[in-house]
Design a protein around this ligand. Structure first.
Ligand code: CNA
Length: 245
């Protein structure tokens, strides 16, 4: 793979898209870095030098709520300054045009929905809604940010994200599986494919598989096409080619 994605590989993706009658998009944190949201793998040094994967856990929530709360408050504040980019808008437009059918994401930022995509399958939940970890009662962002307890039971409030150590929402997972089984084409964008079970999905399709990622993803996964590049840049080039190929 080369640094600047080759035109031929993008043309191949466009051909796959035109031939496919059911295309599934699967995105990860790399889809949102061009919006200014850091992924979990960037080497630029995360918050307080703490590996986010050690804070986005059930253990942290239950045993170190102060740290958990500080981490998610920081992420919520950081996200408030960011917006979906052109790539999110292009995916939403292609969905409206019937070029792609389902968007499944590991991202909790709601950018696909904000860009106008419908029926987005949020496999890891959303950082924009909240509930009590103890009784499950719905709560509000402000209640969380002010570190107020649940008005129903006094429990700790948390964002409705899937933490490491928690199962994925069953209905969403089943939904995505159905789409993956039906797909002629699965386009995976901006994920290191290190998080289970989402990393199993690309191998479960009989359709073509394409990986669009900034860096190569460690060995174990085979894709029909690998495009090394930035999500927004490459999607913009795809959009240009869709009009002429
Ligand atoms: P990850 O493990 O951080 O991997 C991200 C991948 O994207 C890496 O392989 C990067 O090389 C690649 N990448 C970075 N920038 C770009 C770009 N501009 N274009 C294309 N590829 C790029 O993140 P994953 O999503 O694989 O998985 C782990 C966790 C991180 C998921 O559960 C997410 O919920 C969680 N997360 C979400 C967000 C968000 O919602 N925006 C942000 C950070 C982490």
């Amino acid at each position: 793979m080369h640094n600047h994605a080759k035109r031929e590989t993008i043309i191949q993706l466009v051909q796959f898209m035109k031939e496919s009658s059911h295309t599934v998009i699967l995105t990860g944190a790399g889809m949102s870095t061009e919006s200014g949201v850091p992924d979990f793998r960037s080497k630029s040094g995360w918050w307080k030098n703490i590996d986010p994967r050690s804070v986005a856990t059930v253990e942290a929530l239950e045993e170190n709520y102060d740290l958990f709360h500080e981490f998610y408050s920081m992420r919520i504040h950081a996200l408030a300054k960011c917006l979906p980019h052109k790539g999110h808008h292009l995916l939403a437009n292609w969905q409206k045009q019937g070029l792609i059918h389902t968007i499944a994401t590991q991202n909790v930022d709601n950018f696909h929905q904000m860009a106008g995509a419908s029926n987005v399958q949020t496999l890891h939940g959303s950082i924009r809604s909240f509930r009590c970890h103890h009784c499950g009662a719905p709560s509000k962002e402000n209640t969380f940010l002010l570190k107020e307890p649940c008005t129903n039971c006094g429990g700790n409030i948390r964002p409705e994200v899937v933490l490491f150590g928690e199962p994925l929402p069953e209905k969403t997972w089943q939904n995505v599986l159905q789409h993956i089984h039906k797909a002629d084409l699965v386009i995976v964008i901006g994920t290191s494919l290190e998080v289970y079970p989402v990393n199993q999905l690309p191998e479960m399709t009989n359709g073509h598989t394409v990986l669009l990622n900034l860096e190569e993803v460690e060995g174990k996964y085979e894709f029909d096409l690998m495009i090394k590049g930035k999500a927004k840049d490459v999607l913009e080039r795809v959009d240009e080619l869709l009009k002429i190929v």
